[in-house]
Design a binder for this molecule. Sequence first.
Ligand code: GLV
Ligand code: MN
Length: 215
Amino acid sequence: MARVLDLLWLMVVVFPVALAAEPSPLQDFCVADLKGQVLVNGVACKNPSLVQADDFYFGGIRKKGNTSNPVGSKVSLVTVEQLPGLNTLGIAMARVDYQPWGLNPPHFHPRATELFTVLEGTIEAGFVTSNPENRFITKVLQKGDVFVFPMRLVHFQRNIGNTSARAVSTLSSQNPGIVTIANAVFGSKPDISTHILAKAFQTSNDVIDNIQLKF
Ligand code: GLV
Ligand code: MN
């Protein structure tokens, strides 16, 4: 009986903690073999003796991202996809560029908390807590300021200046994922039926059809 109770205690108390973050690596590195055929929770490792400095390097965010799009922002991610050396390390990053008044629209990361730092400009940041409170927490950030978007909560940033803005984020997963709310709800393939969305958003079918056309 005591052993059963011990086991229950382990499952209830220890297990959820162990699952709250990506597991600690059991080796110095596990450079992703992005062409590998083995499907694991992550990406299989390259043979360590074949690993090169370039496996730990990514030069792709030196330049400003292209912000010529309807929202006026560009998120350039550096995840295990771009930087194979990140595999199993539980971290990723992003460069975010904004046109004047550009918006990084409401989205969430299914696997990561995000630590956001403003490098240039003035940015309004916000996130919404879960149901039933749905409390909106927002702050205007200046150059050098840091803000955290807790894991899985819907958040956004908007440049509230007449000049370009730039920020950098670190994310607590090698593969944080992004779910952009508008794209997921109005741009799914195939479409979620107009009737469902009209009822959910308490509006008419025409309004929903119009929004769906934009995605
Ligand atoms: C990227 O996901 C960001 O919110 O900056
Ligand atoms: Mn984000």
